[in-house]
Design a protein around this ligand. Sequence first.
Ligand code: GAL
Length: 417
Amino acid sequence: MLRKLLIGTALASGLAFAAHAEDVKEVQMLHWWTSGGEAAALNVLKGDLAKEGYAWKDVPVAGGGGDAAMTALKAMVAAGNYPTASQMLGYTVLDYAAAGVMGDLTETAKKEGWDKSVPAALQKFSVYDGKWVAAPVNVHSVNWLWINKAVMDKIGGTEPKTFDDFVALLDKAKAAGVTPLALGGQNWQEATMFDSVVLSTGGPDFYKKAMNDLDEESLKSDTMKKSFDNLAKLVTYVDPNFSGRDWNLATAMVIKGDALVQVMGDWAKGEFHAANKAPGTDFLCYRFPGTDGSVIYNSDMFGMFNVPEDRKAAQIALATATLSKSFQSAFNVVKGSVPARTDVPDTDFDACGKKGIADLKAANDGGKLFGSLAQGYGAPPAVANAYKDVVSKFVHGQIKTSDEAVTELVKAIDDAK
Ligand code: GAL
C-alpha cells in the first residue's frame, strides 16, 4: 500500500523514473526578471521548486526586453556551459533549436498533456521538429495603456477609444501640468509602443502583413508613414529626461502620479501589483486606443538546453512545475501576464487579468492574435533588432521624417532577412 502510494506520488510530481541518487538537485536559470514585480513572480517558481527539493542557481541579466540577457546566453552556450533553462522569446527559441543545443521535453509534454492545453500560437515556438524544446510560462500582451486613476479623475479624462481621443487625453494631462506619457527611451520600449501604434493606425490585417509577414508593400505604404507620424505625435508628450530610462521607472512615474499613462506590455501590471495597487481604484488598464479586439502577444518561454544526464531530472521538474495549472495561476497573477494554458480558471486574477484572459481567447478565436515584432514574436531576432533600431533612431531624431523612417525600415529589414 505504502509502496503504491509512493509510486503514485512520484508519478504525480512528474519526477517518475528520472530521479536517482546522483542527480544534481539544482536548477540554473538565466533570465532578465530583475524589477520588483518580475522578481516577485520569479519567487513563486523558486518556492515551488524548493518544495520539491531543488536549489535555485540564479543567473540574472538586467535589461528589460532581454537583449543583454541574450548576449550573455550566447556566450554561455558558445562555451558549452548550458544553463538548465533560459528565459527566451519566440524566434530565439527556434534559433537555438536549429543550432541543435536544446533538450527534448516531449515525454514530459505527453505525460502532462501540453499538446492539448497550450495554444497553437505558443506551440509554434516551443515545439521544434516535433519535439518540445521550451516550456511556455505565460502570455503577455503589449497593446495596453496603464493609467493613474487619481490623475485621470483630476483631469476629467475618460477611456480613449481612438488615436485622436488618446491625443486629446494627453493634451488634458499636459494642460494640468502632469507629464502625459511615461516612456523609457530604450529601443525595445519605443518599438514595443510602436507595435501598438501600427495596429491602431493600420488595423489588424495591416499589422499582420507588415509586422508578421514583412510584406514590403505594407512596410513602405502610406499607412506605415502615418504610423510614424502618430509615433512622432506621442513622443511630443514625453518628459525631457526619458532617454535611457528603464521601463519599470516609467511605470513608477504612473504609479506615483508623476505621469498619466504608460504604453507597455502587461508586465507593467506586475509593478502595480508589487506596489499593492488595485485596478479600478488606483490604476486603469485599457487597450491601446483603436486596437480593441486584437491582441499583440509575446510569451516568456523557458528554453530547455541539452544538459548532461545528471541535470535532466531537475529540468523535468522545472518544466513540470512551470506548466502546472496551480503555478500558471499563481505566477501570472503576480507577473501581470495570463496563463500559457487554456484550462486555467481566471478566479484568482484581478479585473485586468480577467480581461487579458478573455481578450486572448476572443482574439485567438477571431484570428486577431498577432506576434509582437518588438518582443520576438513577429520575425527572427535580426529583423526585430533592425526594427527596434529604426524606430529608436526616429524617436531620438537621428531619422528626421516619416518618409525617411519608412525607407530606412524597408532597407534594414531587407538587409536583416
Ligand atoms: C519582456 C518579457 C517580460 C518582461 C519584460 C520587461 O521581454 O517578456 O516578461 O519581463 O520584458 O523586462
